[in-house]
Ligand binder design. Structure first.
Ligand SMILES: Cc1ncc(COP(=O)(O)O)c(C=O)c1O
Length: 372
């Protein structure tokens, strides 16, 4: 039996290089609270991503929670059921009512037309997700937000490094958040960031992530502790040296999958969009069981028997979780596209160290639904 292969394996820089950073932390005794690595990481990361300002966080979920507080969002926020549950949990933590709208059938992002139809006098913001790193319909969302006076916060947890004709996808909307969790293209073990357009909002975010302190004695709002520590920031600085390499390797794997999975009846995948440079965070495939001859779950089990662990991202829908399923917008009839896609999706392993022999085996299995 092969060694287990998981849907992802975190990419890490050479340990010897990290030891140098550790020595500096041990010498300075600066462990957290906007230390030198934190400051350097914010500057270098903003440059790398091609954004003006950002604030780094201990994880992506607290970045989402704080982004909503930074813009003083209340009432109802329209969001997608087809995401990781943290997207909606961030609303719950702010006492905001989530309103689910359906996704569009081409890239499974929140559908702007469905969002517009769901707006009520209580709606204050829209929170779309660039699912799998494919950009949402950015201009249309901006147009709706402007027309109805709504804030626009993008959950860009999957969209590290994604650009549209050279411009970062993170430059759209009022704020965007990133996750640097171990499973992401770029990781700081745990970590995240809010990308913001100006210095004023960055200052507000910086004090909200530090208990609300604006100086040593004044906490002007009940902020949270969501600061990134120096170890995480040091990992981030080192990862920046290698992340282009990681993305390139992912691209090669995605190309191999695309080339060799083309034309299998009942199996589809997402294609690149003209002008968009992807980071290939995930490689989702979609199984139409009638045409493919097997269900998504049968395929999941077959690969599992071979020690290959795929992931059903995103199954179940967020609207199926106990906290949210009683909401009127969570009804199945309201979300037909999401309900269908959640039953079809399977994310294949994709990470820099994925071996060619495993890629070959996955492709062989997927090509022969009749055999398993
Ligand atoms: C779409 C999305 N939003 C938010 C998060 C939360 O980020 P974190 O795990 O860094 O808290 C994740 C994943 O982890 C995610 O996939």
């Amino acid at each position: 039996m092969n060694k287990p292969t998981y849907v992802t394996l975190p990419a890490l820089p050479p340990l010897e290089e990290f030891v140098e950073y550790l020595k500096q932390i041990w010498d300075s005794k600066m462990l957290t609270n906007n230390g030198p690595f934190h400051q350097q990481f914010e500057n270098e990361l903003a440059k790398y991503l091609g954004v003006k300002y950002l604030s780094v966080f201990t994880n992506g979920t607290l970045a989402l929670v704080t982004a909503l507080q930074a813009l003083r969002i209340t009432g109802e926020v329209i969001t997608t059921p087809y995401s990781f549950v943290a997207t909606t949990h961030s609303l719950w933590w702010n006492n905001i009512k989530p309103v689910f709208a359906d996704i569009e059938p081409d890239h499974f992002n929140l559908d702007p037309d469905k969002v517009e139809a769901a707006i009520t006098p209580q709606t204050t913001a829209i929170m779309p997700v660039h699912v799998y790193g494919y950009p949402c319909k950015l201009e249309r969302f901006q147009q709706i937000a402007s027309a109805y006076g709504l804030k626009l916060i993008y959950d860009a947890a999957h969209a590290f490094g994604v650009k549209i004709n050279g411009n970062s996808v993170l430059n759209y909307g009022d704020l965007s958040i990133l996750s640097f969790h171990a499973t992401k293209v770029f990781n700081t073990f745990e970590g995240g960031a809010i990308i913001c357009p100006d210095e004023r909002i960055k200052k507000r975010i910086d004090f909200l992530k530090n208990f609300g302190f604006v100086d040593k004695t004044t906490a002007i709002e009940p902020g949270i502790n969501a600061k990134m520590n120096e170890l995480q920031a040091a990992v981030g600085l080192l990862q920046l040296k290698y992340v282009d390499e990681y993305i390139l390797k992912r691209k090669t794997i995605a190309e191999a999958y695309r080339k060799q999975l083309k034309g299998i009846a009942g199996l589809s995948f997402l294609n690149d969009i003209d002008g968009v440079s992807q980071s290939d965070t995930y490689f989702p495939i979609f199984i139409d069981s009638e045409k493919y001859g097997k269900t998504r779950d049968e395929l999941y089990e077959t690969l599992k028997e071979r020690n290959i662990y795929t992931a059903r991202y995103f199954y179940p829908l967020i609207s199926h979780f106990p906290t949210y399923r009683g909401l009127p917008s969570a009804r199945k009839e309201n979300l037909p596209v999401a309900e269908k896609v959640t039953e079809q999706v399977l994310c294949l392993p994709i990470f820099p160290e994925l071996r060619n022999s495993v890629i070959k085996e996955i492709i062989e299995v997927l090509n022969k639904p009749a055999v398993f």
